[in-house]
Ligand binder design. Sequence first.
Ligand code: APR
Length: 170
Amino acid sequence: MIEVHVGDITRLHVDVIVNAANQHLAGGGGVDGAIHRAAGPRLLEACREIGGCPVGEVRATPAFSIPVKRIYHTVGPVWRGGNLGEPELLASCYRQCLALARRENMRSIAFPAISCGVYDYPPELAVEIAVEEVQAHFDRDTQPQTVIFCCFDEAMAELYRQQLDAYVRR
Ligand code: APR
């Protein structure tokens, strides 16, 4: 099942929330800042112990004060025009998070719009990749069974809805 939700990802009742982190796992603004604020200072300690995460990969931590099971920190690409591997790296973020959720037996996972804020990825293009990767997951697997695209605003949610409709019509 795929759902589109508008709101703060730290308030969702799911097994996993995904963080749009940076390579140093050092915390930051945007969704990263919101997640660190809600989880509390132990999250930064856990991230420091991990040490970092390459672009397109994922690292998992406990969620501390956020009432979910896990936080998956993935690092999206910075948009530099689209010819530097950005689409493949963004797709890899979604793929690796879904594969890890499957290995960890997580039933539900919520994604923010990775790279669509500070990292400047054009939302229309990012949403296309996000939807494609999640649909490909459901072609192969049943677990995690619920994927939520969590958007901070209605305009972004509308892009996901349009893309999901387009996919169903193909
Ligand atoms: N819940 C859900 N979505 C949110 C939230 C929230 N609480 N806060 C922001 N967003 C949305 C933004 O509106 C945007 O659409 O998340 C999307 C991703 O934006 P960013 O958080 O800026 O992430 P990204 O573009 O991947 O940039 C990552 O930003 O804060 C730093 O440490 C982070 O360096 C890293 C960079």
